[in-house]
Design a protein. Sequence first.
Length: 558
Amino acid sequence: MDRFTFPAKFFLISMLLAVPLSITSFQSVVDSNEQLRTAHIKHLGALNVHAFLPVIEALETMRDLSVAERFHRSEVVEAKYLEAKQQAMLEIEKFINNDLDENNQLISLNTFALQRAVETLKLTSGSEADLERTIFDKVNLLVSAAYSIQYQIANVNGLLGDIDPLANHLVIILTAELQQSFEAMGEARAYGSYFIANQILSSYGVELINGALSKLKDSELHLSDRFTILLSSHPKANGTLAIDSSAINRLNDIYMQVDDQILLDPDLTTTFEVFWQQSSDSIKAFNQFRRQIVLFLAKYYEAKERVMESNKNSYVFGVSALICVFIYLFIGFYLGIKGSLGELSKAAVQVAKGSLDKPITISSHDELKTLAALLDEMRVQLKDREQQLLDMTVTDTLTGVKNRKYFNEQLKECMALCRKTDQPTSLLMMDIDHFKCVNDTYGHTVGDKCLQLVAKTLQDNLSRPGDVVARYGGEEFAVLLPATDEIGAITIAERLCRSIRELSLNIEENEIDIRISIGISTSNLIPNCLEERLVNLADEALYKAKKTGRDRWISAHE
């Protein structure tokens, strides 16, 4: 064993324990993933069914208006029918564009076929012998095709034949039984609307109405029994089943509405709009009942998916923790030393390359941590010295403000930002009035003090971090004002002139008055403004200020 390296020794020992554990763990994870995938597909299937419901609802509305549209030509009925047909086309197109079942060609083909059938639908066969029932059944074929697509979606995603009894019970109600209930409600709404719109009820019409009422009563009793059995078979679902089964009573509401407003009112005094709205409200509430079933299934499978995911994660976490403990016990010390040395090596390389911003730290708490602290202290000292050298290259040694080199760099950056953000940049070029006389009369030492005093005053009167004061050359200074228009620049220029007037330099009992002249230029007032043009205009304005009496400011844009 002494001939092997530490990694080789660790590998041999690990393989003796890790191989059996890995095989068992892998098989368990595969099984968990398969169960999780199945639950996820069912969850998506419920969401797909929910996404398809607006198609069914729109087609049912179109179907229920088709009888009145075919036999009773009125603007109100025609407008409602065309609106329902457009809504059906829109919902089908929306479902197609969602690509929820893009991997199933049969569903896609059937959906496109349904779209084409709705688009080319004609309510008349060309025969005057068309009956109300014929028209309803003709459009109802499209509704049945939509229910068939819903069934295919449920089947493809594994919702049918679920081993979970609660979910399977609800899927059967959704895919096999609600269609009959909605068809019965549709017949009541369609025939009732037609006869009220025509203001006449024939014996054949009474037969149609009675047939619809009979279907309504049968559907209500059947669904009530279904949910009674469901709740008795799954008592735990009583508190968690977020489905309002009282909506089943909406079948009876339409039953009573048709009975009162048509069969018991031979004069048909109820208006089309009132009858249609009341019956539609009942169907809308019953649609909400259907949506509750679908959303409950979606949440039910989503909860299952979360539980399976949690169980899988717990298992994986447990196995991982066991492996981590094993690794730590066998090679923790080796990896700790190797990792710390590696971090220190990387840090040393970064320092050698001149990257001094990132602190040097290691995760170890032993003697190597002390070494890392010493290296980090060295990094800080190098960074401070680098900053000092950088400051020296951009600072005027006499006045302490920025030098012309720094000003030129900042002017380029500022103008680039100005062009990008469309914000103005202003430049103040200023000169100390009669500075040559001060030098000639009192000497360069006094002149230097004058320059220092003016520079400090300029710096003190600029409060924004982005403003730049620079010695441009000799007794000339420049002030760069980012995001400042001409009015703002004039305000600052006036303040600077006023502050300089308040200065005095006492030399050998002589008081020297200091004044400055300022030229202003602003980028947004200069077409296609470039750095050189901004500086030249400010210089020209400064020249005018000096020529017109000094101790003043002049804007190049006046």
